[in-house]
Design a protein around this ligand. Structure first.
Ligand code: SF4
Ligand code: SF4
Length: 390
């Protein structure tokens, strides 16, 4: 998460109740006033340079919006994880405890990619871990709306990377970054990884092989295999994870910037996003605060429109810009007005929610593998048919 203070430092709004009212009523009135302030944020884009309290208030509120959405999704992921672990613990002792949360399929990106290929070929969604494909499509949908917004508003790994960036800045009192000559080739690593997966799935495997993989025992219990992988980390895998965390302290966003194939995929699709950060040179006072705030190290203060595949759509640049009119999230084509931060937040959450609801209603959310099959298979996971992709 960002190192900047958020809600607790928000200055009072005009409609804030006097402190003397105290108690729950005052708290509720304060929350209502703050919600209204968040919703109406950037309704107008004054050409003046904000200073002092007004500048800090706008900056904190834009950041608060993103952190609120990030917190919402993080809580959802934790809840899904807790529910899934409880369900698996039940299977281990021969009982069905609650329901398997379908959202856990979001952690099976390979299965999702295989299903995507299957969808292209057959026009059908595989009934085994269908939520893996639904979530993949929703994440791509987000990137087709506001750049790589999934990385900065939703992804739990992105949230951890942001927290490590914040810690790194506290420890080293500045944001450390690699020199451009090293940064550029390293950024291509994630595209190489994505290229490898795409080549293997879309060019090396036949449709029959894809269908066979999706129906294979390995894929049917891939969710439990994944849980066991993280619960029983091998010394090597443990060292890799610790190494990545240490690397992210020294080089902020190292995983997202250099290695994440998901981020690479979204980087490509995000090039089509209509909503992009746009700088209005006549209003810009060349303070450079936007570039300083950018976690993707983009020269926002020198560009007119941010097309880069690295843009996370995080709005940190607009939050830190002291001239609201100078830097905005906007589309020149079919949406005449810039997108307000609160509308962007609601749109991203609504897109995700509507996608999940549509998948539920069309029967493409619940896994088709019955509990009885899981009960049987969980005791034979050491068998050769679960060792590798068959
Ligand atoms: S350009 Fe702005 S929105 Fe894009 S990553 Fe940088 S700070 Fe975030
Ligand atoms: S666009 Fe960037 S350089 Fe221009 S005023 Fe805003 S923060 Fe400063």
């Amino acid at each position: 998460m960002s190192s900047e203070p958020i809600a607790r430092d928000l200055p009072p709004t005009e409609t804030n109740p006097p402190a003397a009212r105290g108690g729950l009523a005052a708290l509720a009135a304060r929350a209502t006033a703050e919600s209204e302030a968040l919703w109406s944020l950037d309704r107008e884009w004054p050409d003046e340079t904000l200073k002092g309290r007004a500048y800090r208030a706008r900056r904190l509120r834009i950041r608060l919006l993103r952190h609120a959405v990030q917190g919402l999704f993080l809580a959802l992921v934790l809840w899904i994880g807790f529910d899934f672990v409880r369900w698996v613990r039940g299977l281990e002792v021969g009982r069905i405890v609650g329901e398997r949360p379908p959202g856990v399929d979001g952690f099976l990106p390979i299965s999702g990619l295989m299903s995507l290929r299957h969808l292209f070929h057959t026009g059908e969604i595989s009934p085994v871990h269908p939520a893996a494909l639904v979530i993949l499509l929703l994440v791509i949908g987000m990137s087709l709306l506001v750049k790589k917004a999934f990385c900065s508003w939703v992804c739990p790994v992105g949230a951890v990377s942001e927290a490590l960036d914040s810690l790194s800045r506290r420890l080293f009192r500045r944001r450390i970054s690699l020199p451009r000559w090293l940064d550029l080739p390293l950024r291509s690593l994630k595209y190489l990884l994505l290229g490898f997966f795409a080549w293997a799935i879309f060019f090396q495997m036949t449709p029959a092989l894809i269908a066979e993989f999706l129906a294979a025992p390995y894929n049917r219990v891939a969710d439990i295999k994944m849980l066991y992988f993280f619960e029983n980390l091998s010394p090597f895998a443990g060292k890799v994870l610790v190494g990545l965390a240490a690397l992210s302290l020294l080089v902020p966003y190292a995983w997202c910037r250099y290695l994440c194939p998901y981020g690479a995929l979204l980087g490509i699709t995000s090039l089509l996003a209509p909503f992009k950060i746009v700088r209005h040179a006549p209003s810009c006072i060349d303070c450079g605060l936007c570039a300083k705030a950018c976690p993707a190290r983009l020269p926002v203060d020198r560009l007119q429109r941010i097309h880069s595949d690295e843009c996370f759509g995080c709005l940190s640049c607009t939050a830190d810009c002291p001239v609201p009119r100078a830097l905005r999230l906007e589309s020149p084509r079919w949406y005449a007005r810039p997108l307000r931060p609160a509308v962007a937040a609601v749109a991203l959450v609504a897109l995700f929610g509507a996608g999940v609801l549509a998948a539920r209603l069309t029967g493409n959310w619940q896994n088709s593998v019955p509990d009885a099959e899981y009960l049987h298979r969980i005791h034979e996971l050491d068998g050769p048919q679960y060792d590798h992709l068959r």
